[in-house]
Design a protein around this ligand. Structure first.
Ligand code: ATP
Length: 229
């Protein structure tokens, strides 16, 4: 379980998250939603142990989140860290050498699903294909928690829903959870179990999608329009 207890994250000039408490168990597909600057990326980085909270605590499977958390949390890779000569397949093999839970067979399958040419140089990829490669590298790990920051950005709008469906089909809900930040609430609504809605760094609501449908008879996008007005 990922647990945040009274987490506040302050950057030098800015409070990015204020007093957030929430838990994410195994077996869930969760969307983090909210406007620009609401704190979505900061929340993911705290969960991955790449950022430390200013106050409060973040634990993953009972242990304080820190650099070692990357053993159990697969988070979007920074493609800038690869050698300029790397092809897509080199990047996949490199990732496999870094993480013992990296599944090369799964990576090849997701690469085909994403229609990525394994011979292309990483530095020559378009923005959309860089995003696809990040999805491959993140999803091919059999880590308990898969975190993705805006996996749909840069992707052709016509393909987004089918790509999210593809991503989800590779998550093993018996042993994993997928947590993804997205601006495109309507494109993920039918595919997620629950959502974390942030507004200006505060937690507006965390709920199951079904619970929202039953209690408010609203889709998330419509609820957000009301809640964020
Ligand atoms: N490294 C940083 N240094 C200073 N301020 C930062 C830093 N990263 C984020 N912020 C600020 O923290 C707030 C939350 O940013 P964050 O990137 O987490 O939001 P977001 O919801 O992911 O935004 P977006 O949807 O625009 O990507 C913003 O006001 C942002 O300007």
């Amino acid at each position: 379980m990922i647990r945040l207890t009274n987490v506040t994250k302050r950057y030098i000039k800015q409070i990015a998250l204020k007093d957030i408490s929430l838990t994410v168990p195994i077996g869930k597909i969760i969307g983090i939603v909210g406007g620009n600057g609401s704190g979505k990326s900061t929340l993911l980085r705290l969960m991955s142990g790449l950022l430390m909270p200013t106050s409060g605590s973040v634990t993953v499977n009972g242990e304080m989140a820190n650099r070692r958390t990357s053993k159990v949390v697969s988070y979007s890779s920074d493609l800038g860290s690869f050698y300029p000569t790397f092809s897509v397949r080199d990047a996949v093999r490199f990732q496999a050498s870094q993480f013992t839970d990296f599944n090369l067979v799964k990576a090849e399958e997701v690469m085909r699903l994403m229609r990525l040419d394994p011979h292309m140089k990483v530095k020559e990829l378009s923005k959309g294909n860089r995003g696809r490669l990040q999805i491959v590298l993140t999803l091919a790990r059999e880590a308990p928690y898969i975190l993705m920051d805006e996996p749909l950005s840069g992707l052709d709008p016509m393909k987004r829903e089918s790509i999210v469906k593809g991503i989800i089909s590779y998550v093993d809900l018996k042993s994993q959870s997928l947590i993804m930040a997205s601006h495109e609430v309507s494109e993920i609504e039918t595919l997620i179990d629950g959502f974390i809605a942030l507004k200006d760094g505060s937690l507006l609501r965390m709920a199951d999608v079904e619970e929202l449908h039953e209690s408010e008879a609203l889709r998330i996008a419509d609820w957000m329009k009301k809640a964020y007005a």
